[in-house]
Design a binder for this molecule. Structure first.
Ligand SMILES: NC(=O)c1ccc[n+]([C@@H]2O[C@H](COP(=O)([O-])OP(=O)(O)OC[C@H]3O[C@@H](n4cnc5c(N)ncnc54)[C@H](OP(=O)(O)O)[C@@H]3O)[C@@H](O)[C@H]2O)c1
Length: 333
């Protein structure tokens, strides 16, 4: 084989991404230089943040530029190597992008053991979303035994782990998710104490019933109206790890702030935004804990693996913003 393919940004999207915002380019297969290796990529992680990376607005990372390979966490196997630390056959995960092959010198690349967990899980529960749940909950949320923890997007990659880790720490855990099937998964499979379906009934009333002692920690994944309703039920000195705002990800107009902002003052809440890479130097700690709990069968992880390759990237990514995914969304190459 002498050629490979990559997905590159062709134009900046307005609202949801469209296939025509990307170009699939055929390129010569790159050869590794001194100290480098070539990875044949098998799975690409689809993350809500990708929509943000396509925006020219100032953020925590520079935007993907027009013509650049789409940024992504992906995983695969080393197939050619001039680096003894990454021999042929080694499974790896890293920020390789949406492409079939990548060259690396190993910087920031994780060697993974597919005997411990299947390859796609290393960009899911044992990868970036898992580290986000671990640090966001334990370092930012700081839950104490007996407290009530609420998490939105509870059946998803990050939320599913937040709730399970909070259970391991002795908390009462309540999820918020869209639809009865996702809520049943959250309680019956993941072991949360309750799950509220925000798409039917009254979220405020159902949440109050599920959290009779109020809410001490709210792990925020979605923003919008759900944030306002939860704010209203926060206990004094509660903590809100502000992880994501998926409800506003495709917005084309400025979004209104929470109308319940005053509650942050009156209940003396701590609201702290964080990005998982604020904890980059502690990733081995997260890997150790997540791997141990997973190995002991105390953390369940589920991947939603989609076929279709590079051509399916845009439409599959959009599933995240309509709740079409069931677990960590991954694109098979
Ligand atoms: N700060 C960081 O470093 C960091 C790192 C990773 C992820 N994140 C954030 O964490 C959040 C979850 O990411 P993930 O990868 O775990 O995705 P995910 O939960 O696996 O998938 C996204 C889910 O969000 C829910 N959702 C979509 N639109 C919504 C809306 N308008 N209102 C309410 N819920 C909505 C859907 O679940 P339902 O069907 O239940 O609605 C959907 O399945 C995102 O906000 C993401 O940006 C942050």
């Amino acid at each position: 084989m002498s050629a490979t393919r990559s997905l590159r940004l062709a134009s900046r999207p307005t609202g949801r991404v469209r296939p025509e915002n990307f170009e699939i380019r055929e390129e010569p297969l790159p050869e590794p230089g001194d100290g480098e290796f070539r990875v044949k990529l098998e799975y690409v992680s689809l993350d809500p943040a990708m929509r943000g990376w396509l925006s020219a607005a100032r953020s925590y990372v520079p935007p993907v530029e027009i013509g650049e390979v789409m940024r992504a966490f992906s995983c695969g196997t080393v197939e050619a190597s001039n680096n003894p630390d990454f021999p042929v056959g080694q499974a790896v995960a890293g920020r390789f992008g949406v492409r079939h092959h990548a060259i690396s010198d190993g910087t920031g690349v994780l060697k993974v053991d597919t005997n411990l967990a299947p390859l796609p899980r290393w960009v899911g529960g044992l990868g970036m979303p898992g580290w986000t749940a671990y640090f966001g909950l334990l370092e930012v949320g700081r839950p104490k035994e007996g407290e009530t923890v609420v998490v939105s997007a509870a059946s998803g990659a990050v939320g599913s782990l937040v709730g399970q880790i909070a259970k391991l720490k002795g908390c009462r855990v309540v999820g918020i998710a869209g639809g009865p099937r996702k809520c049943a998964y959250v309680t019956d499979e993941l072991g949360f104490d309750a799950c509220v379906d925000y798409k039917t009934g009254s979220l405020a009333d159902d949440l109050r019933t599920a959290c009779p002692d109020g809410i001490d920690v709210y792990f925020e994944n979605v923003g919008g109206e759900i944030l306002d309703i939860v704010l209203d039920q926060m206990n004094d000195f509660g903590r809100i790890p502000f992880c994501g705002m998926i409800s506003a990800m495709n917005a084309t107009e400025p979004q209104p702030g929470p109308y319940n902002f005053r509650k942050i003052l009156t209940s003396r809440l701590t609201v702290r935004g964080f990005i998982v890479f604020d904890f980059a130097d502690r990733i081995p700690e997260a890997l150790d804990a997540l791997g141990r709990w997973h190995g002991e069968g105390r953390l369940k992880m589920r991947e939603d693996i989609r076929e279709g390759g590079l051509e399916a990237f845009a439409d599959t990514l959009n599933e995240l913003y309509s709740g079409g995914n069931n677990g960590k969304l991954v694109l098979a190459l």
